[in-house]
Design a binder for this molecule. Structure first.
Ligand code: PEP
Length: 249
């Protein structure tokens, strides 16, 4: 089964409007110069989505958001609905990132409802899962990731509307990465858990995230059940992000 890789950038809470436009324009320029070996997605902060949509117009770089609310509309001060994101030009929405799970107390049930709202609005949900260092040290990684998948993937998920990102919490923004064997073990397990949980499970994109950089991307992205990457820090630098894209085959 050949799955076209997806390289997704999570810009988190970084940059002002001019920075976001410059980053998007830099990527837009690269798309004109070279052949893209993978699909590219960028997920800027909510407030920069319109500006980035403008800078990426006419390019193949896709736009996504970092979160959405589970409700369609209503009294949810400060929140943003999936339909609003779609309206701005987003095609994807990250849900369940470990920083949201930690900072906002998002449980698997909340993540599942957000993912369901994303699908309902016509967005692709990028559902994040991953163990803490304590869980890895306790030898419970596979069980933790399996439970998160079972709890966070909504009904109706399939290969076209859902992407799964495995992001060990201890590898995010730390410069630490699991060994290739550890990444392969989790991704192989996720693939088997998804069988029966989502339609067309063999075609669901499984991304690895956690300190991916131009130096380690090639070997990580070459693993069998790794179909792309979710990149934080390195997605804020045009050349680094592009090199990661070029590492995907
Ligand atoms: C992330 O936040 O999704 C991430 C993977 O960050 P980093 O690449 O900086 O570790």
């Amino acid at each position: 089964m050949t799955i076209k890789p997806l390289i997704a950038g999570n810009w988190k809470m970084n940059g002002l409007t001019a920075d976001a436009i410059a980053l998007a324009a830099g990527l837009a320029g690269k798309t004109k110069a070279g052949v893209m070996t993978a699909d590219m997605l960028v997920c800027p902060p909510f407030v920069h989505l319109s500006a980035v949509a403008g800078a990426l117009a006419g390019t193949p770089v896709m736009l996504g958001a970092q979160d959405c609310h589970a409700a369609i509309s209503g009294a949810h001060t400060g929140d943003v609905s999936a339909a609003m994101l779609r309206d701005l030009g987003c095609g994807h929405c990250i849900v369940g990132h470990s920083e949201r799970r930690a900072d906002h107390g998002e449980t698997d049930a909340v993540v599942r409802d957000k993912a369901a709202a994303a699908l309902e609005a016509g967005l692709v949900a990028v559902i994040c899962v991953g163990e803490t260092l304590a869980q890895r040290d306790a030898g419970t990684t596979l069980g933790v990731v399996e439970n998160q998948l079972r709890g966070s993937v909504p009904e109706g998920a399939d290969a076209a509307n859902t992407v799964i990102a495995y992001e060990p919490v201890w590898a995010i923004g730390t410069g630490l990465t699991p060994t290739l064997e550890q990444i392969a073990e989790v991704h192989d397990h996720m693939r088997s858990v998804l069988d029966g949980l989502v339609a067309e499970s063999v075609s669901v994109r499984l991304l690895y995230g956690g300190s991916v950089n131009p130096g380690n991307a090639k070997e990580i992205l070459a693993l069998d059940n790794v179909n792309g990457g979710l990149v934080g820090g390195a997605s804020l630098k045009v050349d680094d992000f592009w090199k990661i894209l070029e590492s995907a085959v």
